[in-house]
Ligand binder design. Structure first.
Ligand code: ADP
Ligand code: MG
Ligand code: ZN
Length: 618
């Protein structure tokens, strides 16, 4: 915002404020450097291994640490982690063993480790607040002064050289959408042909679909294919502080677009302005409504030879103002959905182009492993794999890098340095073995792809299942199997240790939610019959629930609870029986896990080959 045209009289203040602010920052960094000179991560690693470090105090979020050196005695250094999600010590390649071996005392301080800067910060903060306040006042004054025009200028970005270089070849897995948009491309290429025949050209195309599946990419590809300029603006950019700015921006944007026709105007996240008028929380209603009205006015004002096509994108089509969806406005809808197996393979292909892949890489298998991933997830996956390979100092990306990246993207980085007691490891091993064994012996469960007791993200260990194909329908039998497998962890803990832990909480959440959905959403309980209960408002493409409205009586609510409990109870009995008859296998898998940490599908299935009689002593 503030980068807008500066040299207007009365802005001298602003310049001074900025300069003062800059000086403040400089002073702050100079002082911080003096209190604790910086030290690099690799320096830290060397220093620890050389026994030069006496203590490490890590900040609560494990992003910074204060290092105390042995020589000169008491000297302190500040270390910061680099980019990425790994913790500081992990990035330095240090384990707790390293610290212990070199006699480094080690603590995590709950507060920031920038000790020593405290007093300085407390004096600086009011100062910074003052500057912020002045800047804010200036902006308000500007707006009042009828100078809002400077802010009102559209920030739509014209891709010069007219056109994005993206084409349909860069978008995969959305073939239907491509077919529908091919018509738009044709029109943009040769508008005269259509106009001569008096055809009414689509004015607006609305792309709907979950985030990260290529809506923005597709819009750019349409412009790229047609070889026309592409103006893009995001709906959230319209929603500004000053009333009237959004509308004037829209006017400006369309003016520019008309000058460059034929062209595409892309409004990303149109739900930010196109929400049903009069609905929603929070301020700036007027602003949004004015902006939306202006968009509608502009669209209606197009002549048949304007040759500007508006493409909008949203993942909330359900909340759009109906006026936007009327014929003559965004009358075409194109669904950009999550890619299926074939689509995922193609997307992986697109993003791994130009990256050196080892011979063992099988993209189809990767696609099978990444069920439910969006295009953006897949891009991220390929990138993470490349990072994994780089860390190994390898020349090419191996399948193992992909698999490690997959786990990381899904569940967070492996936390090998987390200190886990032997007892906890045992509990985790039996817990995961419980899931895996139950899933293995129930034929309707998806095959076990991997079992591990390496902590990852929030979880102590994990059991992955791998569906054999993309599934769009679930059966009651499969739901029941899923319930039993999910309970496997808790039941195993109970059987072996006679005690339960908090480790099963997410399993229990899954069980409760699934059983409830079976009764209230899918009509899978005989007692309740094929009905749904409760009206849910959901974020259609985000799969999140907003609220639930009860449309049934207290008595029915009680019945539902009883049915849910019965479903879970049945599953619990089944799981107990299964684990008791397969106790030897449970021991076998848990012991092996304690030994090797991770079992892949082949290892695991080999263990399961052992006949159920080859009991291993507990
Ligand atoms: P959306 O606008 O639907 O949220 P984007 O178009 O911004 O998603 O996608 C983000 C990134 O993910 C793209 O830049 C692209 O690299 C990748 N991507 C997403 N979908 C696809 C796809 N269908 N084919 C190829 N790459 C994709
Ligand atoms: Mg987008
Ligand atoms: Zn579990």
């Amino acid at each position: 915002m503030m980068k807008a045209t500066l040299p207007t009289p009365g802005r001298g203040w602003l310049i001074w404020a900025v300069i003062l602010f800059g000086l403040g920052i400089l002073a702050l960094s100079a002082v911080s450097a003096q209190v604790n000179p910086r030290m690099g991560l690799s320096e830290l690693t060397t220093a620890v291994r050389a026994g030069k470090v006496s203590s490490i105090t890590i900040s609560g979020d494990e992003s910074r640490a204060v290092i105390e050196l042995k020589e000169p005695a008491g000297a302190k250094r500040l270390v910061r982690k680099e980019r990425g999600t790994d913790k500081l010590l992990e990035q330095a390649g240090l384990t707790v063993q390293d610290l212990q071996k070199n006699d480094v005392s080690y603590a995590i301080s709950p507060t920031s480790s920038l000790a020593g800067l405290g007093p300085l910060l407390t004096t600086l903060i009011p100062f910074l607040l003052m500057v912020g306040f002045i800047v804010f006042m200036m902006r308000q004054a500007q707006a009042g002064n009828n100078q809002a025009m400077a802010f009102g200028r559209s920030r739509a970005r014209l891709m010069t050289g007219d056109t994005p270089t993206v084409t349909f070849a860069d978008v995969a897995g959305v073939d239907e959408a491509k077919q529908e948009l091919a018509e738009v491309v044709e029109f943009l290429r040769e508008p005269d042909k259509f106009v001569a025949l008096g055809a009414r050209i689509p004015k607006g195309v609305l792309m709907v679909g979950p985030p990260g599946c290529g809506k923005t990419l597709m819009a750019r590809a349409v412009a790229g294919e047609a070889g026309v300029p592409f103006f893009s603006i995001s709906g959230s950019e319209f929603v500004e502080m000053f009333v009237g700015v959004g509308a004037s921006r829209v006017r400006d944007l369309f003016e520019q677009a008309k000058k460059h026709s034929p062209c595409i105007v892309f409004v990303d996240e149109i739900d930010a302005v196109g929400r049903q008028r009069g609905a929603g929380l929070g301020g700036s209603h007027d602003e949004r409504e004015q902006t939306l009205n202006q968009i509608l006015v502009e669209m209606d004002g197009f002549d048949s030879d304007t040759n500007v096509i508006i493409v909008a994108a949203t993942n909330r089509p359900d909340i759009l103002d109906p006026a936007l969806l009327r014929p003559g406005r965004f009358d075409r809808r194109v669904v950009i959905d999550r890619p299926d197996m074939r689509g995922r393979t193609a997307i992986l292909g697109i993003h791994s182009k130009g990256k050196p892949l080892a011979k063992d890489v099988d993209l189809e298998r990767m696609a099978a492993l990444s069920i439910g991933f969006s295009g953006a997830d897949l891009e991220n996956l390929v990138n993470e794999s490349a990072i994994m390979a780089a860390r190994r100092n390898a020349r090419s990306i191996r399948m193992a890098d992909f698999e490690e990246a997959l786990d990381k993207v899904r569940f967070g980085p492996a936390r090998r340095s987390r200190v886990v007691s032997q007892k906890e490891l045992e509990v985790t091993a039996y817990h995961e073995a419980g899931h895996a064994v139950v899933a293995h012996v129930i034929p309707e469960c998806d095959p076990v792809h991997k079992v591990t007791i390496v902590p990852r993200g929030m979880a102590g260990g994990l059991t992955f299942f791998l569906p054999e194909e993309d599934r769009y329908l679930q059966s009651r039998t499969r739901f029941r199997a899923g319930l039993a497998a999910a309970l496997g962890g808790r039941v195993a803990e109970e059987l072996i240790f006679g005690e339960v832990t908090t480790g099963a909480s997410s399993d229990l959440e899954y069980v409760t939610r699934t059983a409830r959905d079976m009764v209230t959403r899918y009509g899978m309980s005989e007692a309740m019959g094929p009905m749904t209960f409760g009206q849910k408002q959901e974020l259609v493409f985000l799969g999140r629930e907003l609220s639930e409205q009860r449309n049934y009586s207290e008595a029915v609510a009680r019945q539902i609870d009883a049915e849910v409990r019965r479903l879970v109870g049945d599953a619990l009995v089944r799981t107990r029986e299964l684990l008791q008859t397969n106790l030897d296998r449970l021991h076998l898998v848990a012991k092996k896990l304690l030994e090797v940490e991770t079992l892949d599908r082949t290892d695991f299935e080999a263990l399961m080959e052992t006949p159920a009689t080859a009991a291993v002593p507990a």
